[in-house]
Write a protein that binds this ligand. Structure first.
Ligand SMILES: C[S@@+](CC[C@H](N)C(=O)[O-])C[C@H]1O[C@@H](n2cnc3c(N)ncnc32)[C@H](O)[C@@H]1O
Length: 241
């Protein structure tokens, strides 16, 4: 059979394309994450942890699309959990998480649209930079809600588009159009990864649309917290009150 010449849709890639992409870049992922965010990702992750734990009694945590375990590691340093778990469908990313976290968290290979955990297992379900990979938002949110206990919280951190027209036109568009492709050339072995990053940010729903999705899925007290002029947003909600 002739090799397929079809190019993957990198604004909305399917699950197997996403998995191959993260398996391919697992060795460079932490460096790139920091490089492409000018080091801001460390600050954003700390804000995520602070927002998630603020005024909330929490014994158990699940990190969806845990990747190399960076956010989960910050959670574990900030708070003592009775049970901590991470889930990801990329074996290579999970391997990096295992190296980082050792036995401090249970790491499970699986798809976050179909979580291998019983109902009501967790106080907190979190995820960083994963919402752009979600294939079916309703299913994803209903799974997150299913594994939460009554009154449990979801808190996600995601890349979004700045609202300020000046920042959008003079900072963020050049960033998407020049800085990311330039980095793609510099690390050209996996240029699809940069295209996914750039294209998925451009088509990702506005935070207000996400808020509506969370409310439709039955989450209460849904809040949006933009950081760095809205380049990222923390979205949080409460399950089953
Ligand atoms: C951009 S990385 C984020 C990794 C990590 N959360 C972080 O903050 O650095 C997205 C991660 O989500 C994982 N992922 C994407 N789709 C997934 C799915 N359907 N089920 C499980 N993991 C998924 C990828 O394998 C990847 O590790």
């Amino acid at each position: 059979m002739a090799p397929s010449t079809e190019r993957p849709n990198l604004a909305h890639p399917d699950s197997s394309t996403i998995r191959s992409l993260f398996n391919a870049i697992s060795d460079q992922y932490d460096f790139l994450n920091s490089f492409l965010s000018f080091g801001l990702e460390a600050f954003w992750r700390k804000q995520l942890v602070r927002e998630a734990l603020r005024g909330f009694r929490c014994d158990s945590i699940l990190d969806l699309g845990a990747g190399t375990g960076k956010s989960l590691n910050i959670f574990l340093k900030a708070h003592s959990f009775r049970y901590a778990a991470g889930c990801d469908f990329s074996d290579r990313m999970l391997q990096k998480a295992k190296e980082r976290l050792g036995d401090s968290a249970v790491l499970v290979a699986g798809d976050f649209h179909e979580l291998p955990f019983p109902d009501g297992s967790f106080d907190l379900v979190t995820g960083s930079f994963i919402l752009r990979s979600v294939q079916d938002m309703n299913r994803f949110l209903s799974e997150a809600k299913r594994v939460l206990r009554k009154g449990g919280r979801v808190v996600f951190l995601e890349l979004t588009r700045p609202r300020n027209p000046f920042v959008w036109q003079y900072v963020y568009q050049p960033y998407l159009k020049f800085y990311i492709p330039f980095s793609g050339k510099l690390f050209s072995r996996h240029k699809n990864a940069y295209q996914f990053l750039s294209q998925s940010i451009q088509v990702f729903p506005d935070p207000e649309q996400l808020k509506t999705d969370f409310e439709s899925a039955g989450f209460k007290h849904v809040s949006l917290k933009p950081l760095s002029f809205g380049a990222v947003t923390i979205i949080a909600g409460t399950a089953h009150e």
